[in-house]
Design a protein around this ligand. Structure first.
Ligand code: UTP
Length: 296
């Protein structure tokens, strides 16, 4: 799970804390991602971290004092939600020393992955309300059945939004699984080959590492993972896209509009506070006239 990025689009919130630790309703983003992976059978998780990311490691560490306090107070719900040891997942950490892009972050996992296929899950993207997605399991089945080199989760986005995402060009096949012939990073709507956006989950064979090494840095000096996947396509290796269902909507917490929307949607669905929060929102909306933002 790459979590080493600077998160500059969420400054100043991310000046000294990782964006992956920002709360969405009750939990930090990264906890939803871990819960999704574990519920899909993933047992070994390597975090690719960087400077200022120690709180991620602390979050998943055992805290005997907190454990004792919650046990004595008989707070079973909280015990369950903070006892990561009971998850039967093993957490590992390595550092990306310079933030040279997502492709470079994935390369930091080469020794960990060894000769095995592996999943990449972006630490700032939640799949489905409360992370209920089974997409990773479906992707693993497709990876095995089609002897793929890469399987990517994709989501349909509005045409006018293609410039915010990596977009795939599928072959002519219909349905929720299709072969990818080409990928483009953030195309203008007029040039986008489809409206299928790469959605933060990938399964790779170790062949990806050589492709990443062959990618030249972009104009910001970053090694793009999308460019490495494009090289797999150019070599004629099977790159397959698996569509997310509407219930598996991707919450991409990389910018403020999306963060605000995600927080509100999760808070509205909260089993304890959701109903009251809805009333509060309705009250606020009724009395607050729409304002336009003023840039200073
Ligand atoms: P983003 O593409 O959103 O980049 O990363 P970013 O650097 O975090 O954010 P901005 O663009 O400065 O606002 C997607 C995921 O990839 C990780 C991030 O931590 C995030 O989970 N990432 C990105 C790395 O691990 N290393 C990098 O060099 C870049």
């Amino acid at each position: 799970m790459p979590v080493a990025g600077h998160g500059t689009r969420l400054l100043p919130a991310t000046k000294s804390q990782p964006k992956e630790m920002l709360p969405v309703a009750r939990k930090p983003i990264v906890q939803y991602v871990v819960e999704e992976l574990v519920s899909n059978g993933i047992q070994q998780i390597l975090f690719v971290t960087g400077r200022n990311k120690a709180s991620i490691e602390n979050h998943f560490d055992h805290d005997p004092e907190l454990f004792r306090t919650l046990t004595e107070a008989n707070k079973q719900d909280l015990l369950q939600e903070t006892n990561f040891e009971a998850m039967r997942a093993h957490f590992f950490y390595t550092r990306q020393r310079l933030q040279k892009g997502l492709g470079d972050a994935v390369l930091c996992a080469e020794n960990f992955a060894g000769e095995e296929p592996f999943l990449v899950a972006l630490g700032d993207s939640i799949l489905g309300l409360n992370a209920v997605s089974r997409a990773v399991s479906r992707m693993a089945e497709v990876f095995d059945a089609q002897r793929a080199s890469c399987v990517i989760a994709v989501e349909e986005v509005a045409r006018e939004e293609t410039a915010f995402y990596g977009i795939v060009e599928p072959d002519a096949s219909e349905g929720d699984v299709c072969r990818v012939v080409h990928l483009v990073e953030k195309p203008a709507p007029a040039n986008a080959p489809s409206n299928l956006a790469i959605a933060g989950r990938y399964i790779f064979s170790p062949a990806i590492f050589d492709m990443i090494r062959r990618v030249a840095p972009d104009r910001r000096g970053e090694i793009q993972l999308t460019d490495a996947i494009q090289l797999l396509c150019e070599e004629g290796r099977p790159v397959i896209a698996v569509k997310l269902s509407p219930e598996e909507k991707r919450y991409d917490i990389g910018n403020f509009p999306s963060y605000f929307e995600s927080f509100v949607e999760f808070a509205l669905a909260d089993p304890v506070y959701g109903v009251e929060f809805r009333r509060t929102l309705e009250r606020l909306l009724a009395k607050t006239p729409a304002r336009t933002g003023v840039l200073v």
